[in-house]
Design a protein around this ligand. Sequence first.
Ligand SMILES: CC(C)=CCC/C(C)=C/CC/C(C)=C/CC/C(C)=C/CC/C(C)=C/CC/C(C)=C/CC/C(C)=C/COP(=O)(O)OP(=O)(O)O
Ligand SMILES: O=P(O)(O)OC[C@@H](O)CO
Ligand SMILES: [Mg+2]
Length: 221
Amino acid sequence: MKNWKHAFKLDPNKDITEEEIRRVCESGTDAVIVGGTDGVTFDNVWNLFEQIEPYDVPLVLEISDMEAVVPGFDYYFVPAVLNSKDKTWVLDMQHQAMKLYGDMVEEQLIFSEGYCIVNEEAKAFRKTNCFPVTEEDILAYARLVEQLFPLPIFYLEYSGKKGDTSLIRKVSEELSRTQFFYGGGIQSREEAEEIQGMVDTMIVGNIIYEDFETALQTVPE
Ligand SMILES: CC(C)=CCC/C(C)=C/CC/C(C)=C/CC/C(C)=C/CC/C(C)=C/CC/C(C)=C/CC/C(C)=C/COP(=O)(O)OP(=O)(O)O
Ligand SMILES: O=P(O)(O)OC[C@@H](O)CO
Ligand SMILES: [Mg+2]
């Protein structure tokens, strides 16, 4: 996982053909993450899982709903939304889940993600009741995840919008042990190339559903 440069995020609540799934899995991407903000159910996660599982690419479930934890994935990512106003999204859902699934958790399969959601228009920003963040806030969250409450992943989430590159660089400078995930608004090979080198792992989502051929070109050569 440390070496992942690029991952595609597939939304269980959106339509994709079998042929597109094949091309995503064989694109050279380092991983396929299944996750989304709304309409994620056990059945639509299972449906994607069944189609992706036969391919060799590492397959991750980013858990957004307790009812939609499907067994069999290679890894499980568990978000904690650091800039939520509401403790539910930072700790309480994870606490509840540990009551339900705690005895099934295998340490090497499960990774927590410290999320900072920047784009105020993003569905995830609204759903998890986030407060707007300044550059100072974001850098402090990165330091928190790196130094104080160490988590394996810091996820700078711009979902639907391209992030500020000077800020992305500054975040990168704060993180060494922590893996730096960036996602949001990557819509071309040029944008992917610009972000590569600033972050450990870039996540490409919506463009898969908007311009499939261009999405494939975001995979580094
Ligand atoms: C049964 C079994 C297999 C057990 C295995 C053991 C295991 C792995 C157990 C897990 C236990 C555990 C701790 C689970 C976590 C519980 C849980 C529900 C946590 C949720 C935490 C949380 C903060 C969720 C919200 C996360 C969220 C909303 C993320 C958003 C991600 C995002 C921005 C997606 C992109 O949005 P999109 O939908 O694409 O938006 P658009 O449509 O606008 O594009
Ligand atoms: O959908 P986009 O904007 O590419 O963002 C990717 C990912 O960070 C969403 O969680
Ligand atoms: Mg999306």
